[in-house]
Each structure stands twice: as structure tokens, then as C-alpha cells.
Design a protein. Structure first.
Length: 539
């Protein structure tokens, strides 16, 4: 059972365990020594903030909790703790009546802040303590006989799931860099094989999904029925419903990090991407979902679906760019993922050219995207590798390395394996672009003539022509598809051909560009600009 495993882990290695006592002296920043000092004084501003936060929490005032989380907490962080940790939970416990759930939520913010703002002070003990805190938090939610009477903002619930996976990812990479570990750290890793174990992380996400009945709710919603009829006593509660939904996106991300792209898309069977619904309320969740779905499609050689997925979210970001201007770590992540998706879109457009929205094409024509695409179109394998390495997720190995191989780093090995698979795929398609450019110039031509142009043997050219046919025929999602994995095979090339004897017969299947939509958008933009200059309202 989930509860039994996590309760055992938490109770056996709590804050007062032998491990904590052994490694308390290894903290990198003297700021953390204050937890051992009875003279540490919480600043009055922080004290007042915590008491106000606790008051909103006890009243279950969801609107005020959202204001505190999204506005007051970031403001106080910038003013007092820009690069240093917040006070320890034990330092503020007296101000919140030592409420266990509130302190657990506070510690979730505390450790997340260390990861984001004070990474140089991050120690292996913090990683362990954060794990135990997540154990306690999820056990409170999942082991309860009745739903926990708590309302948290959707943004915070997404951040909890997102940070949980991020810290697992960070620990897996930390664990794989063996040659930078002290003897105490290596000893701690050997003694704690179950800390941030991949099975435990998967267990958490699946347990949240099952507790909320979120898949049944999504299926009912898609069929026009009332989701609350199948939600159960936990699923009707916003806390559990949204944690369940965000856990589906967490599974998408986690399976992608582990290199299982089929399973990554499979968990989204009941999510409809082409509909606006009550679950699409957190922009960071939206962007993350489309990033990993698009990347999974690209790796599975479903380039048309990948281009459509990236185009949809990039257009959304273009139209709502003002939402992502504020300086916080979520917007920084969104902006980075946006840049990564433009690079992934340029890779897909190089391997599988097709028409996309003119505004996106305009971005790809600008530097440095245009230079990158030009190099890839010329068959520069190194540019493909560099672009892929920057834009792909930080892949993980589900298994820890052997602690005996102390002089070897394994953190890059999963990336190198995925990069090799991608490079092999690109290598197979290297001549397709050149062949396509020649075929556009002719309606019929001898195979020997094209072989001379390409300076290769006729038999070798036939292999590349067969490769052209194979690679341009991809699985594409259609309107009738229910699952993200469903689709029909279609040819995505604007040039089609067949071979009759020694002759190549070419048929141009290119669809003429639709200029009307582009000109209408430009007219509206000029109209808006003129009205703004004249100070007139825009209709």
C-alpha cells in the first residue's frame, strides 16, 4: 500500500534520525545554523506574515490564500530572502499553534525556495528532508478517511506536483555525479537507497489519480455528462480533483524524462487538447503539457502532430505574452520552454516541411532561428545535435549507478542514449531534403540522372528514395481520434512520386498558401496601431 510504504519511510528517517544528527555539521551555509540556536529571532515582518497566512488557512479563505501565495509571499521573498532561506519551520511553529498540516505546507515552500534561490547552500540533508516532507504531505491527503478540509489555489497545487518531480529529477542527477561526492555523501547514498526512488514517485502520482477518480471525471466531461456523478467523495473536492489532474501531467513529464514516450502519451487518453475546459487554468501547466506532448510526438516521428502541438501553444504564448512578463521562477521556466519549443519546431520543419501560421514562420525567419534552420537544411549533423541537446528534457535513468564507480559521472548517459537515437534518425533522412529540392524541378526524370546530380550509385539512390517514401508517411491525429496515440497514416510531403522502370514520375501535391488570413491580420494590426496613435478606443 502507498500509505504503508511512505509512513515507514517518514517514521524511520524523520528529522531526529541518526542520519540528521550525523550530517548536521555538513551544511554549506552558516545561515542554516540558526536552527540550532535558541537566540534566532524571526523578523517582525515575517512573523506578521506567517500569522496572517495561518489566519487565512484556519478560516479556509481560498481567495486570501491565493493572494498570499501569488503576491505577498513573493514580495516578502524579494525583500528579505532573495538569496537566503526563509526561517525554519521550528522557528515559526509557535506562531501557528504548531499545526502539523500548515507546517508541512510551509516546509514545502521552504525547501522549494532553497532549490530556486539558494542552490549553493543546498545539501544532501535538505534533499532528504524535503523528500520526507513530501511523504508527510501526501500521506495527509491520501490516508485521510474524509477529504482534507483545505482549499489551495490551483497554481500552488500545480507547483507542488511540478516541484515534486523537479526535486526527484534534481536528486537523480545529483546521485549520478559520483566523482563530486564527499565520503559522507557517498555513505548517505548507500544507506538510503529508497530516498527519491522512482517507484515511490510513480506511486504518489498514481495514488493521487486514483483517489480523485480524475480519469472517470474527464471521460464523463468529454461525453457531456456531469463529472461529479463519478467523482466520489474525494474527487468532488477541488484539492483532490486538481491534484489528480496535475498528476496526469506529472506522469507525462516523468515518463518523458525516463524515455518512455508511448506511456507518456498513454496517460493523457482522457484529456482533450482541442477544448477549453475547467482544468486549463494554470498557464505553466498548459505550456508544460504541450512541450512534453510535442516532444514525444517528435521522437516518435509524428512530425505533423508535433508541429501542430508546438504551433498551438506558441500561438497561445504570443497572444498572452503579457502574462509571462513578471519575474518569477515559473515565468522563467515558461520563457525557457518557449525558446526550446521554437528550436524543436525548427527541427520538425526541417525534417518535415509544411505550412504553419505566418506569425510563427516570421519568428523562425529571424536570427538565430534562421541560421540554425539553414545549417540543418544543409545537413549539418552537429547543429542537429546541439539544438536537440538544448531543447530536449533532462533525461534520467530510473536506476542509480553503482556507488563503487566513484570516478565516473553517469548524469549525461541518458541524454547521450537519446541523442544517439535521434542522430541515427536524422542520418537516415539526411538526403531527403536534397532529393525533394531536385524532384520539385521535374515532372519525370531518369533515376540515373538524379544519381549523377547527387553523386551516388543508382542502387544507393533507390534506397534513399524508398527512405523518402517511408519517412514522409507518418501517423497523424485526426478529428475522430480519442487518444493522443491514435491516428491515420498520411503522406506529409508536398512532392509525391512513383518509380516506373528507370523513370521517376513526380506529382506536385503542394497546397497553395492561404494569403487571405495573413492580410486580414495585418490590416487589423495597422488599424489597432493607428487607433492607439490617435488615442481612440479599439473595437
Amino acid at each position: 500500500m502507498f500509505e504503508e510504504d511512505w509512513d515507514y519511510e517518514y517514521n524511520q528517517r524523520g528529522a531526529g534520525s541518526e542520519f540528521s544528527r550525523m550530517h548536521s555539521d555538513s551544511r554549506a551555509d552558516e545561515t542554516f545554523d540558526r536552527q540550532y540556536s535558541s537566540h534566532y529571532k524571526v523578523p517582525d515582518a515575517v512573523k506578521n506574515f506567517v500569522q496572517h497566512f495561518f489566519s487565512a488557512y484556519t478560516r479556509n479563505d481560498s481567495f486570501e490564500i491565493q493572494n498570499i501565495y501569488e503576491n505577498l509571499y513573493p514580495q516578502l521573498t524579494e525583500e528579505y530572502f532573495k538569496s537566503t532561506p526563509w526561517p525554519e519551520a521550528m522557528d515559526i511553529a509557535m506562531f501557528v499553534e504548531e499545526d502539523e498540516l500548515f507546517l508541512t505546507l510551509y516546509k514545502e515552500l521552504f525547501y522549494r525556495h532553497i532549490y530556486a534561490r539558494a542552490p549553493t547552500a543546498l545539501t544532501i540533508q535538505h534533499r532528504f528532508e524535503s523528500y520526507w516532507n513530501y511523504c508527510a504531505l501526501f500521506n495527509m491527503f491520501l490516508s485521510a478517511d474524509r477529504p482534507v478540509a483545505l482549499e489551495l489555489p490551483n497554481q500552488w497545487l500545480w507547483d507542488i506536483v511540478d516541484e515534486f518531480i523537479y526535486q526527484f529529477q534534481s536528486y537523480a542527477q545529483f546521485r549520478a555525479r559520483l566523482n563530486k561526492k564527499s565520503d559522507d555523501e557517498l555513505d548517505a547514498l548507500k544507506k538510503s537507497p529508497n530516498i527519491w526512488n522512482v517507484h515511490s514517485v510513480l506511486n504518489v502520482l498514481h495514488s493521487l489519480i486514483e483517489k480523485s477518480n480524475i480519469n472517470d471525471q474527464l471521460e464523463a466531461y468529454a461525453n457531456g455528462r456531469d463529472p461529479e456523478q463519478v467523482a466520489g467523495i474525494f474527487g468532488v473536492h477541488s484539492l483532490y480533483k486538481m491534484l489528480g489532474y496535475f498528476s496526469l501531467i506529472g506522469l507525462l513529464r516523468l515518463h518523458s524524462l525516463l524515455g518512455d514516450f508511448y506511456q507518456a502519451l498513454r496517460v493523457l487518453d482522457h484529456i482533450q487538447f482541442n477544448k477549453k475546459n475547467i482544468f486549463n487554468r494554470v498557464p505553466a501547466c498548459q505550456v508544460t503539457t504541450y512541450y512534453y506532448v510535442g516532444f514525444a510526438y517528435m521522437i516518435m516521428r509524428r512530425y505533423a502532430d508535433a508541429i501542430r502541438t508546438f504551433s498551438n501553444i506558441l500561438l497561445y504564448i504570443q497572444r498572452t505574452r503579457n502574462m509571462f512578463q513578471a519575474k518569477n521562477y515559473q515565468n522563467d521556466l515558461i520563457n525557457k520552454q518557449t525558446e526550446q519549443m521554437y528550436i524543436l519546431l525548427s527541427i520538425c520543419m526541417t525534417l518535415h516541411p509544411q505550412l504553419i501560421d505566418e506569425s510563427l514562420m516570421q519568428v523562425l525567419r529571424e536570427k538565430p532561428h534562421s541560421e540554425r534552420m539553414a545549417k540543418m537544411q544543409r545537413g549539418d549533423l552537429q547543429e542537429f545535435d546541439v539544438s536537440f541537446s538544448f531543447a530536449c528534457p533532462k533525461f534520467l535513468s530510473p536506476l542509480p549507478p553503482s556507488a563503487d564507480e566513484m570516478q565516473v559521472n553517469f548524469d549525461k548517459e541518458p541524454l547521450q542514449l537519446q541523442l544517439k537515437v535521434f542522430s541515427d534518425e536524422v542520418q537516415q533522412q539526411l538526403y531527403i531534403g536534397t532529393i525533394r529540392s531536385y524532384l520539385k524541378l521535374y515532372t519525370t526524370m531518369p533515376i540515373s540522372k538524379l544519381a549523377n546530380f547527387l553523386e551516388m550509385e543508382v542502387e544507393t539512390l533507390k534506397e534513399h528514395l524508398l527512405c523518402f517514401k517511408h519517412k514522409m508517411r507518418n501517423l497523424v491525429s485526426t478529428k475522430g481520434c480519442v487518444s493522443a496515440l491514435d491516428g491515420e497514416f498520411e503522406s506529409g510531403s508536398e512532392v509525391d512520386f512513383y518509380i516506373d522502370g528507370d523513370m521517376i514520375h513526380v506529382a506536385d501535391t503542394k497546397v497553395s498558401r492561404r494569403y487571405g488570413d495573413f492580410f486580414i491580420r495585418q490590416i487589423h494590426k495597422f488599424d489597432e496601431l493607428n487607433r492607439n496613435l490617435k488615442g481612440l478606443p479599439y473595437c
